[in-house]
Design a protein around this ligand. Structure first.
Ligand SMILES: Cc1ncc(COP(=O)(O)O)c(C=O)c1O
Length: 445
């Protein structure tokens, strides 16, 4: 963690005070970057990683050093997948305009995308980023309900626009929450009683609704990431989100499922995180993996909600849903299907979790291994009885893994949970590399 006075904390941030410890060439590039891009641009790791190209699950430095990517969910079908590259190349040489003209590829993509959702989620509005999609979903929810209140989890991250940032408590005290935003503790698959965690989560949502009402605001939406990734990842037991969804519906608000992290088959058990729980969102926000690195995001929802919004507002997004982004996104859907990547996420994820559970038998500081498919969390504690978070160990292990050329990071309210979230073509040999590197990193930490 970067705990410089005055700097908002970011898990696994490079500490600029240690610039002098890096090789000369790295120092020079960091200085140039700081000079021209300013202080907002932070880097990962005690020793930042310099990259030049990528392929599949591998990232390469300019000197040829190869890193195993166990962290990036954007290149979900693998870095620089040839079918995505070919689709983008072909489309960018053919046509790229906004959505006020008729183009086949945009409609083809929208149809293919909504076909992956259960009815009545049958329409999509396309944006460039997840933040814009969050912003749009909040506007639609507020239009429909005539209410302003939004309930999010305690360490949620939903994006960078003003509306998304004011509903993103993980950004820290320097980014104030909206007046009508309430936070609730996220479910915790490690510490909560599985028999009651769903009802307990719903009780916290009801308390937040009551608090909003006390301040004269009705709830427009309950918004959460359906795997609670920035809260530390909670995926089990399936179904635990249902009572909270019922609570917001009873109060007249909408449930917005943020699928930016779990979406597009990552959890191995379903295309979308909400499906693992059998939940029925009103609106679903998509992003990151959608275009395998080409900017495209969107909101999927019920036609009545979109109609409501369209009759009262004018909405246009210059780059949202452009043909080149749609070509990339269409190729992503093709590759997910043709390479059976959901099945791969399930089987390789299970193998990796089993290996990590074996490590937990050797290392007492591993409190919990959890997740689904290729979204895996490993939580460090000082001791298993107290379950006290051990963020210092997580930070040491993340950096020890980086020295072994295996890239992961940490997450959660306390930053003590390793986040392992590789591109979906991850194989058993890659999982074995992770387990070996983690065993060696734990030995030395
Ligand atoms: C859960 C979640 N929602 C929304 C966003 C915002 O997406 P973007 O960075 O594309 O604006 C992110 C980005 O990290 C995210 O993790």
């Amino acid at each position: 963690m970067n705990e410089h006075a005055g700097e908002p904390p970011m898990i696994n941030a490079f500490d600029v005070a240690k610039l002098g410890t890096l090789p000369e060439a790295t120092q020079a590039l960091i200085r140039r970057r700081q000079r021209v891009m300013g202080a907002s641009y932070r880097l990962f790791y005690e020793s930042p990683v310099h990259l030049e190209r990528a392929e599949g699950v591998w990232l390469f430095a300019p000197d040829g050093t190869r890193y195993l990517d166990c962290y990036n969910n954007v290149p979900c079908v693998g870095h620089c997948h040839p079918r995505v590259v070919a689709a983008v190349r072909a489309q960018v040489g053919r046509l790229n305009t906004h959505t006020r003209y008729l183009t086949d590829i945009v409609v083809d993509y929208a149809e293919r995308l909504v076909a992956t959702f259960p009815p009545p989620l049958s329409q999509v509005m396309l944006t460039c980023t997840g933040s814009e999609a969050i912003d749009l979903a909040l506007r639609i929810a507020r239009f429909r309900t005539g209410a302003v209140g939004v309930i999010v989890t305690e360490n949620a991250y939903h994006g960078v626009t003003a509306a998304a940032a004011e509903a993103s408590p993980s950004l820290g005290a320097g980014v104030p929450l909206g007046l009508h935003v309430r936070t609730v503790r996220a479910p915790d698959s490690y510490r909560d009683d599985p028999a009651t965690m769903g009802e307990d989560f719903a009780a916290r949502v009801r308390a937040a609704i009551a608090d909003l009402r006390r301040h004269g605001a009705a709830p427009a939406a309950l918004l959460f990431d359906t795997v609670f990734s920035s809260d530390g990842l909670s995926t089990h037991p399936p179904g635990f989100i249902l009572p909270a969804v019922a609570a917001i519906h009873e109060a007249g608000g909408l449930f917005i499922a943020d699928e930016v992290q779990p979406g597009f088959a990552r959890t191995g058990s379903a295309m979308w995180g909400f499906q693992r729980h059998g939940a029925e969102p009103d609106l679903v926000v998509l992003g990151k993996p959608m275009g395998n690195g080409i900017p495209i995001a969107g909101v999927v929802g019920r036609p009545d909600l979109f109609d409501d919004f369209a009759t009262r507002t004018r909405y246009f997004n210059t780059f949202g849903g452009n043909p080149v982004s749609c070509a990339a996104a269409l190729a992503v859907l093709d590759v997910l299907r043709d390479e059976a990547l959901m099945r791969n996420a399930a089987s390789v994820g299970a193998y990796l979790r089993a290996g990590l559970c074996d490590l937990a038998r050797r290392f007492e500081q591993i409190g919990d291994v959890r997740g689904d498919g290729l979204f895996i969390a490993l939580e460090f504690v000082t001791d298993r009885r107290s379950q006290t978070p051990n963020a210092a160990l997580a930070s040491r292990v993340v950096n020890a893994m980086r020295r072994r050329h295996v890239l992961i990071s940490a997450s959660g309210l306390h930053g003590n949970t390793l986040k392992i979230r590789p591109p979906l073509p991850f194989g058993i040999p890659h999982a074995e590399l992770v387990i070996e590197a983690l065993a060696a990193s734990l030995e030395e930490s």
